[in-house]
Design a binder for this molecule. Structure first.
Ligand code: SAH
Length: 396
């Protein structure tokens, strides 16, 4: 095994069990290692620190698999780590019976570069690092063994792969394409999941608990769901007894899927749902001019700031969208507002929303801070994994 030797004083983050070794911390490689190969990581004084996956093309030159210098990185290692991740979710009553569940959440589950989502009997994996790529077979086998699922689809088409020098990979890696569309049952609502063509692995599992909360708040309210994608929040609002649900997205295919999802749930009052293909910023301005108001608004926009470098421009977009939201909210109305930008922390997000309230003359308060569901945990040693944050606010 090749040895990756750090520069002086650069072992601190590894000692804090942070899994990323940036190029600037790395001194030299002793021996030969190809992308994804396991390397022994040592301090400049040659103290063994653990083992990681080497990635010469990436600014993250290595990702730690283990902080135990003696732990072997082999099929058995992946079997163990994958089984642990699955067992962790089994141990939580809230997650145990979920039909749609994130099984592996990368760094937070000790498996950097690996995402696995289960939708019923189908698992979708996304591999985003050279190390994960190398161990594909072991990961797939371990998932099949730990879940008993009959098929696994690979959706490794995220742009971040390019930073690791990896080309996109998609396809069935275990079992075959199912005869019927993949679906999940979420809080009593059936949703189809397009694992091959949908966003991410097909569905936004991270909002599961927040969609339930919306359902609990919706009774009798006129709901506006902005950036609705395939209608997850919309359908929970209908299930919760909303008076009306207007959903907006700029993607025609997402809205087609949303309508199809509604049709999958004949128990829901379809006549109360309206779908609008539009740019949310424009549509909300038009509603403002027309004097339209809503009692409960969801703002779940796409990532405006993929990294801290985009934070300033993103902050303006968040401010604009939240100002529009406040303008359309009835007195006493509720707004669920989110940011899934890693580059915008909760404190900054809260300041942005506060400013939007101030600038629209609304007195508002936070009823609840919102985050991703518990199957998207945040490793204490790797807080960079936190991306989804939200606020439930009420405005006078
Ligand atoms: N709330 C959804 C996930 C939202 S993902 C859920 O629970 O499943 C963000 C969505 O915003 C995507 O569907 C994307 O098509 C849409 N989108 C991005 N920019 C937009 C814009 N300017 N106007 C309207 N929709 C937009």
């Amino acid at each position: 095994m090749a040895q990756l030797i750090l520069l002086p004083d650069k072992e601190r983050s590894v000692l804090r069990r942070h899994p990323w070794l940036f190029a600037g911390s790395v001194g030299r490689l002793v021996g030969q290692a190809r992308p994804g190969d396991t390397v022994e990581v040592l301090s400049d004084r040659l103290k063994p620190l653990g083992r990681g996956a080497y990635s010469p093309a990436s600014q993250v030159r290595a990702r730690m698999w283990s902080f135990d210098p003696a732990e072997g990185i082999d099929d058995v290692f992946f079997k163990r780590r994958v089984a642990q991740a699955v067992a962790r979710r089994q141990a939580l009553a809230d997650l145990r019976d979920q039909d749609g569940l994130r099984l592996i959440h990368g760094e937070s589950d000790g498996l950097p570069g690996i995402i696995a989502d289960r939708y019923g009997d189908t698992v979708v994996i996304q591999l985003t690092s050279a190390g994960a790529e190398k161990w594909r077979r072991a990961i797939v086998n371990a998932l099949v063994q730990a879940t008993g699922c009959s098929r696994v689809y690979e959706r490794s088409d995220s742009e971040v792969r390019a930073m690791e020098g990896l080309a996109p990979v998609t396809g069935w890696v275990h079992g075959e394409a199912p005869a019927a569309p993949v679906t999940v049952l979420e809080h009593g609502v059936r949703m189809a999941v397009d694992v091959e063509g949908g966003h991410k692995t097909g569905f936004y599992l991270d909002q599961r608990d927040n969609r339930r909360l919306l359902g609990e708040l919706a009774a009798g309210r006129a709901v506006l769901n902005c950036f609705c994608y395939t209608g997850g929040f919309s359908l929970q609002a209908l299930a919760g007894g909303a008076a009306s649900v207007l959903s907006i997205d700029s993607s025609g295919p997402a809205l087609d899927q949303a309508r199809a999802n509604l049709a999958l749930n004949p128990q829901l009052p379809a006549a109360r749902a309206e779908w609008l293909e539009a740019d949310v910023f424009q549509a909300l301005r038009d509603f403002r001019k027309a004097g339209r108001q809503f009692d409960l608004i969801v703002l779940d926009p796409p990532k405006f700031a993929p990294s801290a470098a985009h934070a300033e421009r993103a902050a303006r977009a968040y401010r604009d969208i939240n100002m529009l939201g406040f303008k359309l909210l009835t007195p006493g109305g509720l707004m669920m507002t989110y940011s899934c930008s890693g580059g915008i922390g909760i404190e900054l997000f809260q300041r942005i929303v506060a400013r939007a309230a101030l600038e629209t003359g609304r007195d508002a308060r936070i009823l609840k801070r919102l985050q991703g569901s518990a199957d998207h945990p945040v490793g204490l040693a790797c807080p960079e994994g936190e991306y989804l944050k939200g606020l439930l606010v009420q405005a006078d």
